[in-house]
Ligand binder design. Structure first.
Ligand code: PAF
Length: 279
């Protein structure tokens, strides 16, 4: 694996592979890599000749300065972790990625007016600016995104469609610890005690899925809210039962082909996000 820090070197390296007809898979990340990222990389490895992994803590997708400052960064460990699975690791500086303040504005309509989009104004615009710039530099055949950030996945699928990009967006299943906690770079910020409490999120989602057999979506949302309200360790930011394609809340499970429960909750000053597909 070669580590590249500049856009021009990245374009040259990828260009050489593309000239030889190689298929390129891109795995965009913000580092602090874990087994969830490795799953994205392994799937990219299986489906492409060349795998490019980008590691860049993208400042313009953070709407909270403290979250940006506290975001875990372990560049040397990250490189060692993916060394055997990737061909290129792209690690640009902020100046390299944004020589001047970015001004692109994307419109995702109703997709970004709910859940993460409503709670974190400008977040998805910042995500899509960096992702689209990476797409332009790498021109991948396929790009890999985890289902944990489900709304991000849907919004990136929308971006690719609306810009008519010839990139196959490949969703990858959530990877969980043995106790059910969805792997996330932010988990590294949990205290030992909080880490023990954290599986409550997925346990609640699993029971909620069972309860969907006899509670309608609104009743189910209320049931989830009550579980979190009764647990002093958590502050629930939102729980939503949504149409998995449009991300809009539903009144009846039968109104759409696929339904997902999305939750975001605070534990120990760390914002955790998870979801479960119920249909
Ligand atoms: O999911 C992430 O880690 C980030 O949002 C992404 C897609 C790498 C863009 O910075």
């Amino acid at each position: 694996m070669i580590v590249i820090n500049t856009k021009s070197a990245l374009q040259n390296a990828v260009g050489e592979y593309k000239a030889k007809g190689k298929q390129v898979g891109l795995v965009p990340t913000m580092g602090a890599l874990h087994r969830g990222h490795l799953e994205l990389i392994k799937q990219a490895r299986e489906e492409n000749d060349i795998v490019v992994c980008s590691i860049f803590v993208n400042p313009i997708q953070f709407n909270n300065q403290e979250d940006l400052e506290k975001y875990p960064r372990f560049p040397e460990q990250d490189i060692a972790f993916i060394q055997d699975f990737c061909d290129i690791c792209f690690m640009p500086s902020v100046e390299e990625m944004y020589p001047s303040a970015p001004t692109e504005k994307y419109d995702f309509g109703a997709l970004e007016q709910v859940m993460e989009g409503a709670m974190r104004p400008g977040h998805f615009n910042g995500v899509c600016i960096v992702v689209n710039r990476l797409f332009e530099l790498v021109t991948p055949d396929r790009a890999y995104f985890g289902k944990k950030d489900y709304q991000q996945l849907v919004i990136i699928q929308h971006l690719v469609k609306s810009l008519h990009l010839n990139i196959d967006i490949r969703p990858v299943e959530i990877v969980r610890d043995v106790d059910g906690l969805a792997l996330s770079s932010r988990n590294k910020r949990l205290s030992a005690q909080a880490r023990k409490e954290a599986p409550f999120i997925y346990r609640t989602l699993q029971t909620a899925k069972d309860n969907s057999r006899y509670l309608n979506p609104q009743e189910l949302q209320t049931w989830i809210e009550k579980q979190f309200a009764a647990n002093k360790h958590f502050q629930l930011e939102y729980a939503r039962i949504v149409n998995a394609d449009t991300l809009q809340t539903i009144a009846d499970y039968n109104e759409c082909p696929s339904v997902i429960i999305c939750v975001t909750a605070w534990l120990d000053n760390v914002r955790l996000i998870d979801n479960i597909t119920i249909k």
